[in-house]
Design a protein around this ligand. Structure first.
Ligand code: PMP
Length: 400
């Protein structure tokens, strides 16, 4: 065989995608799976958004778009940053890409050189690590322990920064823990970052609208304007507007960084799908009130799941204030054996046995850099959540 690039060494399909594939394969064999592994809203894309796409397609909005995004979408993003985040970005400080994922990819590929370090508060969304590695960088983990509600301590952060640090990546509300970053934490993080002007900061705010218990979301560039020329504020329509399949992400950041990222994107994908851009404009400029209704619905699901999980002896589940994930701790299950004779030494053993023996799909904490935990997505209906938790309870209580 002719062979593959070295840059792919150690890069694998993500664990949540692998779990979703495995669960789909079992489903195809007729096995009834309770799927709690997928990080996407179960709500449909709003009707007015779909309608805008249809109108765009019918109206001939089907030619190559500008590489950095249609001016009308960039204006909608500009207004969004002002409205929601009190941030003023000029149009040449905004980039539109195929999802927040491509924004992150563009950013790392446009800036990282071999030997650079990317600081990741841990646990983290796995793609940050793999994208940074594709860019030749090394990952530096900063544990955000369960005992601190999975929050990032400013002193731990400071200890992780070296002359080689290229990026700090912040993601609150967090995937996989749902942890949020209170204003005081952000101020402390900002104070640390003011001392290290050689570091870019990426804040991935994709779960901004999924917040509970009156939590007030704030983003770093808003809290500390003096950092704005080093902060890339990343967001997208996937999670808030239930538009995962439309593939629209956006960011605001310093002009030179945006230009370098646009250069990167130009050699990969060019401007994104025109029809999806029309849909994204409708999402960002249309009514916003239903976002709060959906957040209330997610909060009720969170309460249900946290209650059911904490009633299971052997599991410990915190109560997160954002996103649609919980990250229960399973230390008490390690070293035990399942009904089917499988030994549980790691959280990967745990989720695999849970899938095989109770047909519940979740994702192991190892995939996010912190064990022994597993991630449950509660972006699904309450009947599925109840049944999933019932099966998890049966599984854990049968361990010997
Ligand atoms: N950031 C985080 C933290 C995510 O969880 C996800 C989706 N799993 C993304 C970014 C990707 O979003 P998009 O669909 O906009 O590429």
């Amino acid at each position: 065989m002719p062979g593959f690039a070295d840059r792919l060494n150690g890069i694998a399909i993500s664990a949540s995608a692998a779990m979703t594939d495995k669960a789909s394969a079992l489903k195809a064999q007729g096995v009834k799976i309770v799927s709690l592994s997928s990080g996407e809203p179960d709500f449909p894309t709003p009707g007015h958004v779909v309608e805008a796409a249809i109108v765009a397609a019918r109206g001939g909005d089907t030619k190559y778009p500008p590489q950095d995004g249609k001016p009308a979408l960039k204006k909608a993003v500009q207004n969004k940053f002002l409205r929601d985040n009190n941030l003023r970005y000029e149009l040449d400080e905004i980039l539109i890409a195929n999802g927040a994922k491509q924004i992150i990819y563009n950013a790392m590929m446009a800036t990282c050189n071999p030997g650079d370090e990317v600081v990741l508060p841990t646990p983290y969304w796995i793609s940050y690590a793999d994208i940074a590695r594709l860019g030749g960088a090394r990952i530096v983990q900063v544990p955000c322990p369960a005992g601190n509600d999975f929050r990032l301590s400013a002193s731990d952060l400071e200890a992780a920064i070296t002359p080689k640090t290229k990026w700090l990546v912040l993601n609150f509300p967090n995937n996989p823990t749902g942890a949020c970053c209170p204003r005081q934490d952000l101020e402390d993080i900002a104070a640390v970052m003011m001392k290290h002007p050689h570091v870019w900061i990426l804040t991935d705010d994709i779960y901004e609208h999924l917040i509970y218990d009156e939590f007030e979301f704030r983003t770093l560039a808003e809290i500390e304007p003096r950092l704005k020329d080093r902060v890339l504020t990343v967001n997208g329509v996937s999670k808030a507007y239930a538009m995962t399949g439309w593939r629209v992400g956006f960011c605001g950041g310093p002009r030179d960084l945006i230009a370098a990222m646009n250069n990167m994107q130009g050699q990969a994908t060019s401007g994104i799908n025109t029809i999806a851009q029309a849909a994204a404009i409708a999402a960002l400029e249309g009514p916003q009130d239903y976002l709060k209704d959906r957040a209330r619905e997610y909060q009720a699901r969170r309460d249900l799941v946290v209650g059911l999980l904490n009633a299971i002896p052997g599991l410990r589940c915190h109560t997160p204030q954002g996103a649609f994930y919980v990250y229960p701790e399973i230390g008490a299950c390690l070293g035990k054996t399942t009904k089917g004779g499988r030994r549980i030494e790691t959280d990967t053993d745990f989720v695999m046995a849970l899938l095989e023996e109770q047909q519940v799909a979740t994702v192991q904490g190892a995939a996010y850099g912190m064990s022994p935990f597993f991630r449950i997505s509660y972006a699904t209906d309450t009947d599925t959540l109840r049944e999933g938790c019932r099966r998890i309870a049966e599984f854990v209580s049968s361990l010997t």
